[in-house]
Write a protein that binds this ligand. Structure first.
Ligand SMILES: [Zn+2]
Length: 141
């Protein structure tokens, strides 16, 4: 059975890490998060199933950061420092992908981005994911 979903080309800033990804629901799952790490990183992430990412080059140039419960795995390029993807704590069957790494996509393409309440993480609070707010971008031209 062929997969009709679009396969996106993606890369870090320096281009040493290149990958292809099919998204779980195209760009409908974009989000940011308020947790201690994401609020510093500042990237917009979009969901992909673990099986739907394929490294073309430079997987060995990625480095890994873990903290707190060390469940989530945050990957970034060891050369340019750009976050490429992470394996989620809230759903370990999924990666969050840095939308800015996807060819032809800018984080400023999205007028509204949901911000998840990562401070009270669903795995700590025992409740489902909560939305902390909506981030809006209004282009002036
Ligand atoms: Zn790089």
């Amino acid at each position: 059975m062929s997969d009709e979903r679009h396969q996106h080309e993606a890369a870090c800033h320096c281009g040493r890490v290149k990958f292809r990804v099919r998204l779980a629901d195209e760009f409908n799952t974009i989000r940011r998060c308020t947790c201690s790490y994401c609020r510093m990183r500042g990237a917009i992430a979009v969901s992909a199933d673990l099986k739907d990412i394929e490294f073309v080059e430079g997987e060995d140039n990625l480095t890994l950061y873990q903290f707190n419960t060390r469940t989530a795995k945050h990957y970034f390029c060891r050369t340019c420092g750009i976050y490429t993807h992470h394996q989620r704590r809230s759903n370990p069957n999924q990666f969050g992908i840095n939308v800015a790494c996807i060819e032809g996509i800018s984080p400023f393409d999205f007028p509204e981005v949901q911000v998840m309440d990562g401070v009270s993480h669903p795995s700590d609070s025992g409740t489902g994911p909560k939305i902390a707010g909506i981030l809006r971008f209004d282009p002036t031209k």
